[in-house]
Design a protein around this ligand. Structure first.
Ligand SMILES: Cc1cc2nc3c(=O)[nH]c(=O)nc-3n(C[C@H](O)[C@H](O)[C@H](O)COP(=O)(O)OP(=O)(O)OC[C@H]3O[C@@H](n4cnc5c(N)ncnc54)[C@H](O)[C@@H]3O)c2cc1C
Length: 530
C-alpha cells in the first residue's frame, strides 16, 4: 500500500460534503479570508442537493406547523437569491385549485385547533383560512420583485384547461424555481475563485483531534492523503450521523431522520408556465411543475427511509401514488406509461422525535462541539436557506478562526449571475446575435446554465463545426471541456443529470458514448479541481 500523502498545509476550515450546505459554507468562508478545503466523496450535488423539488420557497404548508421562523427566513431569502443568480433561478406562479373535498394534514397544530373549534370541518379547510395563510405568505417575507396572490376563475383561465371541470376556483401565489445541482457547482466554483480547494471523488475516511488541529484522512483514486485543519464542518447531509459515529468517532446522542422524497417526470402535461399545487385526500401536497420545456415534474413523496442514503429510488408504489394523486386533478389521468424519468433523494432531518415523516421539522440545526478544535455538524436545512445556514455556521465558528470580514454573501452574484434579475431575454438575444448558428433552444439553454459566461463556454466559435464533436441535444465537445475544466465533471452522469438535464433528451447509447469519451479525456484535460 502506498504511503499517505501528508504534504497538504494546515487550513483554517475543512468541509466534509459537496452538497449545497458544504459548498455554501466553503464559499462564505473563503470570502471571509479563511483557507478552506472541501472534500466530496463522489460528484458535487450527487445526493440530496440534486434530488429536491427545486424551489426557493417559504414552504406554505409549514405555516400549518407554526414554523414561522423557518418560513420567514426562507421567504426573505427568495428575492436575495434571485438577484444573485438570475440565470439559474426565476419567479414562478403556483396555482392552488380549491375544492371543498380537500383534506389537510391531520397532525399539524392548525388541524388540532380546527378540530377543536370547528369539528364539523373534519380535516377540511374553509376558503378563508387558505386565503389567510396566503396573505401571511405574501406579507411575511418582504416581497419586492414577486407578485402577490390573486384568485383565479378556472373556467376562464388557461390554468383550468388541463384540470377536471369540478375545479372552478384557484389561488395563485408566488415562489421561485432554482436549478439545484447547478446552484451547488456555482457555489463551489466561486469558493475556488476565492481560494478554496475543492476535491471531488475524495472520501473522508477518518478525522481525529490532535492538539489544536484536526487530522483528516481522505481517500481518492490517487490514494490516501492527510490534511490538517483548525476547524471541521460535517456537511455530510444524509451521512451526517454516520460521519459523527464512524469518521470522527465523537460521542454524541444527536441523530438524523432520513425521509425519502421521490419525483416522477412525464412528457409535458399542460401548456402554460405555472406550477400546480395539489392538495390530496390524505392531507399531503404534491407539485406538478413545468420542467425543461417539454416535461412535467411531479413530486414529492415523504416516507421514512431505512436503507443506505445512497440507495434511495422511486419505487413502483411511489410512482403509482404520484400518478393517482395528480389524476384526482388532471382531466386526463396520468399513468405509469407517461413516466420518462424518476429520481429520489433523502432529507437529512434533525431527529426531533416527530411521529410522522411529514411532521418532522424542516428547520436546520447547527451543532457545535468545542471539546478541542471545533467541529460543526449540520443537520437538515433547505436549498432555500443554504446561504443563511452558511452565515450562521460561520457566525458559530467566528470565535475560533481569524476572519477578515463578516457576512458578505447577500446579493453577491454567483458565476454568470452578474446581470439584472429580469435580463434573461436580453442576454439570450445578445448571445444569438453574436453566435447566429445557435437555435432558440440552444441559446436559451446556455444562458440558463451559464448566464454571462455563456460566450466564454462557446470560446469564440464561428460555426457549430468549431465546437467539435456533437454528442446530441446541443451538447458539444467545447461545452464538455468547459464542464470538465471548470465545473469538476468527470463522468457522463455528472454532465447529463447534474450540470444539465440533457439526460432527458439523450439515448442510453449516447450517454454511454459520452462517458467513454470523458474517461479517455480525463487524463488529457486537467480539471481545475485536481
Ligand atoms: C425530495 C426532496 C425535495 C426537496 N425539495 C426542496 C425544495 O424544493 N426546496 C428547498 O429549499 N429544499 C428542498 N429539499 C431540501 C434540500 O434538498 C436539502 O436540505 C439539501 O439539499 C441538503 O443539502 P446537504 O448539503 O446538507 O446534503 P447533500 O446534498 O446530501 O450533500 C451531502 C454530501 O456529503 C457527501 N459525503 C457524505 N459523506 C462523505 C464523506 N465521508 N466524505 C466526503 N463526502 C461525503 C455526499 O456524497 C453528499 O454529496 C428537498 C429535499 C428532498 C429530499
Amino acid at each position: 500500500m502506498s504511503p499517505i500523502d501528508t504534504s497538504a498545509s494546515v487550513v483554517d476550515l475543512f468541509v466534509i460534503g459537496g452538497g449545497i450546505n458544504g459548498c455554501g459554507i466553503a464559499r462564505d468562508a473563503a470570502g471571509r479570508g479563511l483557507s478552506v478545503t472541501l472534500a466530496e466523496m463522489g460528484d458535487l450535488a450527487q445526493a440530496t442537493s440534486s434530488a429536491s423539488t427545486k424551489l426557493f420557497h417559504g414552504g406554505l404548508r409549514y405555516l400549518e406547523y407554526f414554523e414561522f421562523r423557518l418560513v420567514r427566513e426562507a421567504l426573505e431569502e427568495r428575492e436575495t437569491l434571485l438577484v444573485m443568480m438570475p440565470h439559474i433561478s426565476w419567479p414562478m406562479r403556483f396555482v392552488l385549485p380549491y375544492h371543498p373535498d380537500m383534506r389537510f394534514e391531520s397532525d399539524t397544530p392548525v388541524s388540532k385547533l380546527m378540530s377543536f373549534f370547528m369539528p364539523w370541518m373534519r380535516g377540511r379547510r374553509p376558503a378563508w383560512l387558505i386565503r389567510l395563510g396566503l396573505l401571511m405568505y405574501d406579507t411575511m417575507g418582504g416581497r419586492k420583485i414577486l407578485p402577490a396572490t390573486r384568485t383565479i376563475d378556472l373556467a376562464r383561465d388557461p390554468a383550468g384547461v388541463a384540470l377536471k371541470p369540478k375545479f372552478h376556483k384557484a389561488y395563485e401565489y408566488s415562489d421561485c424555481w432554482v436549478e439545484d445541482s447547478r446552484l451547488v457547482v456555482l457555489n463551489a466554483r466561486d469558493a475556488e475563485a476565492r481560494g478554496a480547494r475543492i476535491l471531488v471523488g475524495t472520501k473522508v475516511i477518518s478525522a481525529r483531534r490532535d492538539g489544536d488541529l484536526w487530522r483528516i484522512v481522505t481517500e481518492s483514486a490517487s490514494g490516501q492523503a492527510e490534511h490538517s485543519a483548525r476547524a471541521l464542518v460535517n456537511a455530510g447531509g444524509p451521512w451526517v450521523e454516520d460521519i459523527i459515529r464512524n469518521v470522527t468517532r465523537i460521542d454524541s446522542s444527536e441523530g438524523v431522520r432520513l425521509v425519502r422524497g421521490s419525483h416522477i417526470v412525464t412528457r409535458r402535461l399542460f401548456d402554460h408556465d405555472r406550477c400546480y399545487f395539489f392538495q390530496g385526500t390524505d392531507g399531503r401536497i404534491v407539485f406538478a411543475i413545468p420542467y425543461e420545456q417539454d416535461f412535467t415534474l411531479i413530486g414529492t413523496t415523504d416516507q421514512d427511509h431505512h436503507g443506505a442514503p445512497g440507495e434511495a429510488v422511486c419505487t413502483e408504489a411511489e410512482q403509482d401514488y404520484l400518478c393517482t394523486f395528480v389524476s384526482q386533478y388532471f382531466a386526463r389521468p396520468v399513468t405509469r406509461a407517461d413516466i420518462v424519468w424518476t429520481y429520489s433523494g433523502v432529507r437529512p432531518l434533525y431527529n426531533d422525535g416527530a411521529k410522522s415523516a411529514t411532521a418532522a421539522t424542516r428547520d436546520y440545526v447547527l451543532s457545535l462541539d468545542t471539546k478541542g478544535p471545533p467541529l460543526l455538524n449540520v443537520f437538515g436545512g433547505k436549498i432555500t436557506t443554504y446561504r443563511r445556514l452558511a452565515e450562521n455556521a460561520l457566525a458559530k465558528l467566528a470565535p475560533f478562526l481569524a476572519m477578515t470580514k463578516g457576512a458578505w454573501t447577500a446579493c453577491v452574484p454567483l458565476p454568470g449571475g452578474d446581470f439584472p434579475h429580469d435580463g434573461v431575454a436580453a442576454l439570450t438575444a445578445r448571445l444569438k446575435a453574436d453566435y447566429p448558428f445557435l437555435t432558440d433552444y440552444w441559446a436559451g439553454r446556455l444562458i440558463r446554465a451559464y448566464g454571462t459566461e455563456a460566450a466564454q463556454v462557446l470560446a469564440g466559435a464561428k460555426s457549430a463545426a468549431d465546437l467539435g464533436r456533437d454528442f446530441g441535444a446541443t451538447l458539444t465537445e467545447t461545452e464538455l471541456h468547459w464542464l470538465m475544466q471548470h465545473e469538476y465533471a468527470r463522468r457522463a452522469a455528472d454532465v447529463v443529470w447534474r450540470r444539465s438535464k440533457l439526460g432527458l433528451r439523450l439515448t442510453a447509447a449516447q450517454i454511454a458514448e459520452l462517458d467513454t469519451f470523458m474517461q479517455a479525456q480525463h487524463g488529457a484535460i486537467s480539471p481545475a479541481a485536481e
